[in-house]
Design a protein around this ligand. Structure first.
Ligand code: HEC
Length: 210
């Protein structure tokens, strides 16, 4: 340890003449304090925040001109729904059970285009040839949620959010005809044996009966 003391108790602090009035009357361990005025830039900044808080209070709370967080949230949800489409429209009135698999070339092409389009992201999780990636292989005979047209339409419409598949793959709604075309296309892939097919999860899959 150094024997040099920072403050010598026997030596009084040197107080300059023009500091005498500013000197505050407390002292801690020989340290004294001057009551200097705040710098003006700081003080004006402080007054500005007070004035601003009054304006803020009037604008958002008292007069209610500005939107509160609930209104802002509603606005953003509405803007997003407009931009990306929404899935909470009224339920479809078509009964999926009444629909038939569409096997004509035109419908299958339409279904394939939806499957491969970046809009609904099917290929991202199920692979270009539906061989399975993150999601299961859709070309084999083993299904978790049913292999008939209606079940597949419901699988796609609702998705499996708990297991990583959003509704319609990306949340972007498809109309009933598109859903029917897409599901028909998937049914048409059955037995195609694509390269690199993902192994089925035998614990949850059942053999397709159709
Ligand atoms: C973000 C990943 C992801 C996307 C995108 C996605 N899926 Fe899936 N999909 C999954 C997962 C994971 C499962 C398995 C759910 C489970 O384990 O129950 C699944 C299951 C399915 C099933 C049910 C399979 C069965 O065995 O019953 C079908 C049908 C299906 N997806 C079709 C589609 C279609 C069509 C699209 C595009 C519109 C799509 N998926 C987009 C991840 C995805």
């Amino acid at each position: 340890m150094s024997d040099k003391k920072i403050h010598d108790d026997n030596k009084p602090n040197i107080i300059l003449d023009d500091e005498r009035d500013l000197l505050m009357d407390h002292e801690y361990d020989g340290i004294q304090e001057l009551d200097n005025p705040m710098p003006p830039w700081w003080l004006y900044g402080f007054y500005f925040t007070i004035a601003l808080s009054v304006v803020y209070l009037l604008y958002y709370d008292i007069l209610g001109i500005g939107p509160d967080q609930h209104e802002e949230y509603q606005r953003e949800v509405a803007a997003a729904a407009e931009r990306y489409g929404t899935t909470d429209e009224p339920e479809s009135i078509v009964n999926f059970a009444d629909l038939e698999v569409l096997m004509d070339a035109e419908s299958l092409l339409a279904g394939r285009q939806i499957y491969e389009s970046p809009r609904n992201l099917c290929t991202t999780c199920h692979g270009q040839n539906a061989q399975g990636l993150v999601g299961p292989d859709l070309t084999n005979n083993l299904w978790k949620h049913g292999c008939d047209l209606e079940s597949i339409m419901i699988s796609i419409k609702d998705g499996f959010p708990q297991r990583g598949m959003p509704a319609y793959g990306s949340g972007q709604r498809l109309d009933d005809l598109q859903l029917q075309q897409l599901s028909s296309y998937i049914i048409s892939l059955r037995g195609t044996n694509p390269a690199g097919a993902k192994a089925p999860d035998m614990s949850r899959s059942v053999e397709c009966e159709i």
